[in-house]
Design a protein around this ligand. Sequence first.
Ligand code: IPM
Ligand code: MN
Length: 339
Amino acid sequence: MTREAVKVLKAAARRWDLPLELEFLEWDADRYLETGETLPEGALEDFQDRYAAIFIGAFGDPRIPDNAHARDILLGIRFGLDLFINFRPVKLYDPRLCPLKAKTEEDIDFVVFRENTEGAYVGVGGNFKKGTAEEIAVQEEIHTRSGVERILRAAFDYAAEHGKTRVCMADKSNVMQYAHGLWQRCFAEVAAEYPGIEPRHLYVDVLTMEMIQAPESFEVIVTNNMFGDIVTDLAAALQGGLGLAASANLHPGRVSMFEPVHGSAPPLAGTGQANPMAAVVSAALMLEDLGHREAAQAVEEAVVRCIRKGETTADLGGALTTAEVGDRLAGSVEGNRPS
Ligand code: IPM
Ligand code: MN
């Protein structure tokens, strides 16, 4: 999937004469199993100093059941570079792909701002009397005022800059009164700074229901790390599955990281059946973030065109292989195919 995204990036670079220089870091499961190394010493500084962006493929390998390398590398980059915004656009490219009845492109078009450096993902906790019948497991969520405020502001700023008029914050403050109560208070304060934008609060359980019943009511959703993880998979289903879901891990002014939302689908490895489109639209997000808007748009349009023509892998109803989809997309982007 990553290979196809690179193919499309190279096509865009040729077409728009972009100064694309790629370096490949083979931080895969083989390397981890051989060396035990996950994020190498100095990697984060190197990213920040030498790269304009990081594009990352899906992690996960059945030989590493605890997913140690995925956690260390992926979360290591998110946390280590303080990429506090996990930006996940949700867009229906073709009504055929939506599992809901009678929904169109206009109905499913929103973005999720997932907090990306705190919450349940901080790995604070422990086991007591592990392995015994009296075992106790504790796992803490961490929420800081500055961490909550900055993701809320990012969501409102995005809304303001993109002509959106509604921001919905989801939490579970009816139960998590301390941690999510902080979100409530910050949300009221930050929302007051944006008078043109209508703030709305939903408990996360209600949010999931409404995402199915009335997805058209959402423009910008902002939520904590764990809820963001969950609702973006649900959102991906609305757009046709994880094979189409893109994400960006951002901290304005710093090097950003782009990745498809899906996992590595080990059973599909080497079969040519995996859908590269999520990786490709993540690459489009990267182009956009790097200031190459026209190229980004062309990549996204190529994806839409291929989907409409049925030039897809089997998960979207087509009969092409991973590489064939990459070829069609690259060709379409470079403009040597009639569209
Ligand atoms: C995601 C993934 C990751 C997450 C996993 C692989 C740790 O599910 O990016 O959504 O939970 O954030
Ligand atoms: Mn996830």
